[in-house]
Design a protein around this ligand. Sequence first.
Ligand code: PEP
Ligand code: MN
Length: 594
Amino acid sequence: MISPQTATGEPQPPTLTLTAAFEGIEGSYSHAVLDAYAARRGVVFVPLGCSSYRAVAHAVLSGRADLGLLPIDNAIAGTIREGYDVLAEYELDLLAEITWRMEHRLLGVPGATLEGLREIDSHPVVLAECGRFLGTLADVRRVPVPDTGVAARDVAAAGDPTRGAIASAGAAVRYGLIELADTIADHPDNFTRFVLFRAPNALGLAAEFEPAEDFAVRKTSLVFAVADAPGALGRCLSILGEQGLNISKLDSKTRLGVSGQSSFYVDVDGDVRDERFAEALRALREVTVALHVIGTYDASSAPPRVRRETTIAVDERPAVVPKPDKVAFPKAQRQGEHHVRSRVMVGNVAIGDGNFVIIGGPCSVESRDQILTTAEAVAAAGGVMLRGGAFKPRTSPYAFQGLGWEGVALLAEASRASGLPIVSEVMSIDQVERMAASVDLLQIGARNMQNYDLLKAVGKAERPVLLKRGMAASIDELLAAAEYILSEGNPNVILCERGIRTFETATRNTLDLSAIPVLRERTHLPVLVDPSHGVGVRRWIAPLCRAAKAVGAHGLLLEVHPNPAEAKCDADQALTFADFRAIVGELARIPLQP
Ligand code: PEP
Ligand code: MN
């Protein structure tokens, strides 16, 4: 139906209203994706929930729906084959790819607690995406259900506080559930690709819908099969490569019902109507036993891929515009082109807005066994990065000074074994280049925050920098230090509040948590908190971790040791593995600050 919008004054053009079929019920991710896409395109989608992927295709082919939406791929769980299979089985006109960040929440009925859960329902792909988080919950059954909307609806209807659902924040609102944990996917870049389609030779309103925002960016999905033989797949890939076509996805599957053959799901950048693509298809037909072109579609709505070590803007909300700074921090301050909060990528870990990270490791690398066991424990507990000093700035020249380059090599080995990126302190200019080649994040310690030549040197390095606040530095001075690094061309700076010197002697330093809301307002850079050095006493670290998350920090830097009593450095503040695990578990229940 085309509904004229009644507006005061100028007559409005009619809004195109289309029925859009998706798998699931209202409140599912597919429904949210359709809503967001319709809003962006200035059309209205009337949702038609279907019981299966196949039912979505049937709804479109029978004319009950103008458009259909199916997921085909998830960044963590991989190919959603059923989506490809249904698209391949039916003749459908593919329109557009829609890429959506899945921000999963663990939901429960009001009164439910994380510890009290015994069952968690969700779509099987979503359960897979949250595998690491779910692994930290003992005695909890994972129950696959048809979609996340169903999971949320059923948990709400049961009213049972031992049942949880993983679904979107929108589903929580729709079904009256509370959020028990957020940021629970294994990686923040948890994108799912959906494909929007209509019936071939669609008539009426479906034909009026013009999906492309920029038809220059197109993608084509294919399924082909080859007989198992050495080099068979290689020949197919070479054909595409020779025509200058980029393959953005490849997945294989045994061809059911036919022995000795494999099927490949392939996404290729480009349009089948291009001459080079047509040529590639002609050649592919010669070397495959089956070739099915699923279709070409608009791929312009894909979000920018997160580049390694690149600051990307993720928050489009208008910033509170602070008063002009007394000191100008043109690159660090949250104003103008930098009003949007940044995320810094460290290896595959995104640090910054919308994410909360926990980094753990010893004060100093002491031995191979110490750092390897710590890395394993940090990863198992849900830590995302390993810390460890190899060059240690010690108050006394007679205290343990760190293992130096040997320590850096051990850290690198622990990183390879655990998969965790590493952060380590760089103390002098002559260490910067080699350190940047060995670690993922360069730490500037509190004592060096105003070592301007060192700041300039890391500003030229091709690595992100963790800049700790000096123990007698004001917030302005911290921002000025960050500005030194940024002004040399390195955009990837993460700040760290680690406690300052005050008259107070009951704690090692005074952890200035009031700096966090101030920094969130004044700078776009991510801000971490290091309560270990801030308070200096093991038993006071957990409450400060809770406070740091609640006050809006983007993560924590924590000292952990396999045997704190024997730590060669900062023994009083070292957490045991059990302490660290408990803190990670506890923090999952504290909501991320928007
Ligand atoms: C450290 O993190 O190992 C360290 C020495 O901290 P700071 O520079 O904050 O004292
Ligand atoms: Mn320390």
